[in-house]
Write a new protein. Structure first.
Length: 710
């Protein structure tokens, strides 16, 4: 069962009272054993009130039918949470995996959660979920011991059956223990979670549990939810960021049969029971806007970011830069540029809101249901307990559906104004216009080598991207890393899968390759020689072994690149092979090997899929994806000009997951993407001798870089 398939609950028919007491919540969940797992003094209702925002309060329901339901504030957006979290629960409670149901991202049913971002679901929520399941197992054993009149030490659980080890015919199922009753009980002591040697479900490959629903169209997204009498809304949008509405004439739209027009300040919308009619109505609205005050474009933005940067923050430093400069026999100095990127998720921002009196229910495509609940309560002036957010499947987020939740507020305001359920589904053009883009950025690096080819100093400055991944990890005695912010972007920017780390890895690993070239060393050997972190060394060696790496100084003409980095606790190394058409500048990535040390890996198949997705998505920011804009206007408004990787661009991808069950689980949804720009740039340099210093590396830029060295 997936995150939108509630046990015996239908979205359109079920309206849970949002003023839930603890007793009411137990009644609402129906017959069964309810086990609450709490951290500190936090009950689930206290968590709902945000009194313990840093703690996890995972809880379960054991139904009379023997099924176990996990409630989590995390959401499923294709990264496999619904599968991996179910594996963790099934493992610790000794239930069959197919007996686990997931209810995700419902603010009326699930414990508070800050959002699904930063690869935190497994590494941060997972340990609390495992501990909760272990406690649930202990409670079940206590209940079974009482019913069977058997010492608890003689009991065992297997596939939901509790039995006496000495007389196996003396047994009871977990479902039979419920007998239609609701029982709340805590274990007196917190039992330990299982050792990896005991795993039967975790660390085993498991297909995505919702894959069939998704490929057959059965899976429900926010745009698929229907309510009686609902209206579809189209909103008047400005032509450019910063443009202000001056005059609007909606008279022609108002004459259309069935059209409702809403005007609340700058919110101007036309609504109809038929979405096509709503589109027609919008085309008849006439409006005048003031021009955008912005005079920036995608060429001048980089100077703007540097000139208007605030004071820098030192991220890392060591030694003495001046001493390092004196040691250097050779200095390598470069500036790296990275343009704006859209999230370009398959599903556009969508919400369906139903306001009833002083209560509202919103079906929302979001990574942050509980923060969205806060935002809606504030926007509508409602009590927090009267706002319910339900998150069905999310069709991709990548950080883009994790902050403003603007579409939810728009839908809720329009529902309140019309008295009917209202759906706001952004068009692709609106998505490109209002998306919070990955920020454009500038990185300047000045580094030096001693006469024997050892790094002497490293002076690194990043502008506008952020500091995630900025600090280097090489053995460089004299170094400083500075992050500069402060420059105003001409439109909204925000997290984009492994925020900042893509830009920082591109600059750092490109610079390391240039240093290896100056030292006339093999780029893999240069890295290994100047690394001390054993996890970094292991992933590089694992990637090289799988690839069949043969040492040669770069550029070798082979078209091979290497890069290493770390994100959310995971170390990753990649080796790529490219083919470059020097006449056209076209780059074809032929093969990528990725080695990843993510600690304990709950679902190796899911992790491998995430690596493949990261590399495929990374090819977009590396080679094709670039937002063009001028004077506040976004010039790329659809996929005719904003080019994502096509099937023909996807290389052979090989994944090596290091077996580290002895380590805590780290993030798996983002790390593999951070190196794609760098490893492709280094492979192009190895093939041609040309240094690509700006992302994306379009054919035009590749051709110019090659021409510049001839």
């Amino acid at each position: 069962m997936s995150n939108h398939e509630y046990p015996q609950i239908d979205f359109t028919d079920f309206q849970l009272d949002l003023d839930l007491s603890r007793r009411d919540l137990l009644k609402a969940l129906g017959g069964g054993i309810v086990i609450f797992f709490c951290v500190g003094d936090g009950s689930i209702l206290e968590a709902q009130r945000r009194s313990l925002p840093s703690d996890f309060n995972a809880f379960l329901r054991i139904g009379a039918d023997g099924r176990v339901t996990c409630f989590t504030g995390k959401i499923e957006q294709g990264q496999g949470n619904a599968t991996a979290l179910a594996q963790m629960l099934a493992e610790e409670i000794d239930m069959p995996l197919d007996a686990v149901d997931m209810v995700m991202g419902d603010t009326a049913l699930c414990p508070w959660d800050g959002g699904t971002w930063g690869s935190t679901s497994i590494r941060q929520f997972g340990p609390s979920l495992r501990a909760a399941a272990a406690e649930a197992r202990h409670v079940l054993l206590e209940l079974a011991a009482e019913q069977l009149n058997v010492p608890q030490a003689r009991l065992a659980i297997e596939n939901g059956l509790i039995y006496d080890r000495e007389q196996k015919d003396r047994c009871v199922t977990c479902g039979a223990l419920a007998q239609g009753k609701t029982i709340a009980r805590r274990a007196g002591e917190k039992p330990a979670v299982k050792n990896p040697s005991e795993f039967k479900v975790m660390c085993k490959p498991c297909p995505q549990r919702n894959a069939v629903d998704k490929v057959t169209g059965k899976a429900l997204y926010a745009g698929d939810v229907r309510l009686p009498g609902m209206l579809y809304a189209r909103l008047l949008r400005p032509p450019a960021h910063g443009a202000k509405l001056q005059n609007v004439d909606t008279s022609a739209a108002e004459k259309m049969e069935g059209v409702t027009v809403v005007r609340e300040g700058d919110l101007v919308a036309v609504l109809h029971a038929d979405p096509d009619q709503a589109n027609q109505a919008l085309s008849r609205v006439r409006a005048e806007f003031t021009p955008s005050p912005s005079q920036l474009d995608n060429r001048t933005i980089f100077d703007h970011l540097v000139k208007n940067a605030g004071s820098g923050r030192t991220v890392a430093q060591g030694g003495d830069l001046e001493e390092g400069r004196q040691m250097a026999a050779l200095v390598v100095e470069q500036t790296y540029l990275d343009g704006y990127k859209a999230h370009a998720a398959m599903e556009t921002h969508t919400a369906l809101a139903h306001v009833e009196g002083d209560k509202v229910t919103v079906w929302l495509a979001t990574q942050t249901p509980f923060p969205a609940q806060d935002q809606l309560a504030k926007a509508l002036g409602f009590d927090l307990g009267n706002v319910r957010v339900i998150t069905p499947f999310v069709g991709g987020g990548f950080g883009g559906k994790g902050s403003a939740n603007t579409q939810a507020i728009e839908a809720a305001r329009l529902s309140r104004a019309t008295g009917k359920p209202v759906q706001v589904c952004w068009t692709r053009e609106e998505e490109f216009f209002f998306d919070a883009f990955r920020p454009a950025a500038v990185v300047t690096i000045r580094s030096g080598l001693t006469r024997d080819g050892k790094p002497a100093f490293w002076d690194y400055s990043v502008y506008a991207a952020g500091e995630r991944g900025a600090a280097h990890f090489y053995d460089i005695p004299h170094h400083r890393t500075t992050s500069f912010g402060g420059a105003a972007h001409p439109f909204a920017t925000g997290p984009w899968r492994a925020p900042a780390n893509n830009t920082n890895c591109f600059a750092r690993e490109s610079q390391i390759d240039l240093m290896a070239a100056q030292a006339r060393m093999d780029p893999l050997e240069f890295r290994l020689k100047n690394l001390k972190d054993q996890r970094a060394i292991r992933v590089l060696e694992a990637a090289a072994e799988r690839f069949g790496w043969k040492p040669a100084p770069t550029p070798s003409g082979r078209g091979l690149g290497v890069a290493v980095g770390t994100d959310v606790g995971t170390w990753v190394a990649e080796i790529a092979e490219v083919q470059v058409d020097k006449r056209t500048g076209r780059v074809q990535v032929k093969r990528v090997v990725c080695a990843q040390d993510m600690g304990l890996c709950v679902n190796p198949q899911g992790a491998a899929i995430q690596v493949e997705g990261c590399i495929t998505m990374g090819l977009g920011y590396a080679l094709t994806e670039d937002i063009h804009f001028r004077n506040g206007m976004i010039l790329d408004r659809n996929f005719d000009t904003y080019e994502l990787p096509r099937f023909s661009a996807v290389p052979k991808i090989e994944t090596v997951l290091l077996d580290r069950k002895d380590q805590p689980a780290h993030g798996g949804g983002e790390p593999a993407i951070i190196l794609v720009g760098a490893v492709v740039a280094n492979a192009i340099h190895d093939a041609t001798g040309a240094s690509l210093l700006q992302l994306p590396m379009t054919p035009e830029r590749v051709r110019k870089a090659i021409t510049a060295i001839v």
